[in-house]
Design a protein around this ligand. Structure first.
Ligand code: FES
Length: 143
């Protein structure tokens, strides 16, 4: 299966690349099998993700899914961001080859880990809200 035009566009021109120096939450996840790493920074204002940036050291699909995921959560409430699934990211990109599905899982988990970090910084236990980061299936999460 070839990559969709949207995947190629987000890979070649990724949106929201970079870091947020005064981020309210930072999440880093990695996949031990392929060695790819994704880092997500969020800025939160009144429960809304006012800014988000990412740095991905990984494959083209990981870059495209991070880019699309940031576009999908920017300006959304934290609750909505937590509802974003890897499936929704893939659909927004018009699909991914089966061997690249795990790359989109990394994007979903990077957002959840950044939100968990945001709650931790507020002194709130993130697990009842975000879920356990050890619930990862085919990849490893860094807490
Ligand atoms: Fe590992 Fe894409 S091959 S994230």
């Amino acid at each position: 299966m070839a990559y969709s035009e949207k995947v190629m566009d987000h890979f070649a021109n990724p949106r929201n690349v970079g870091e947020i120096a005064d981020a309210d939450g930072v999440g880093e996840v990695g996949n031990s099998k392929c060695g790819d790493i994704m880092k997500m920074y969020i800025k939160v204002n009144n429960g809304v993700i006012s800014d988000v940036k990412f740095k991905t050291f990984g494959c083209g699909a990981a870059i495209a899914t991070s880019s699309m995921a940031t576009e999908l959560i920017k300006g959304k409430s934290i609750d909505d961001a937590l509802k974003l699934t890897n499936k929704a990211v893939m659909e927004a990109l018009d699909g991914l080859p089966p061997v690249k599905v795990h790359c989109s899982v990394l994007a979903e988990q990077a957002i959840k880990t950044a939100v968990a970090d945001y709650y931790k910084r507020q002194g709130i236990d993130p697990e009842p809200i975000v879920g356990s980061m050890t619930d990862c299936h085919d990849f490893d999460c860094e807490s």
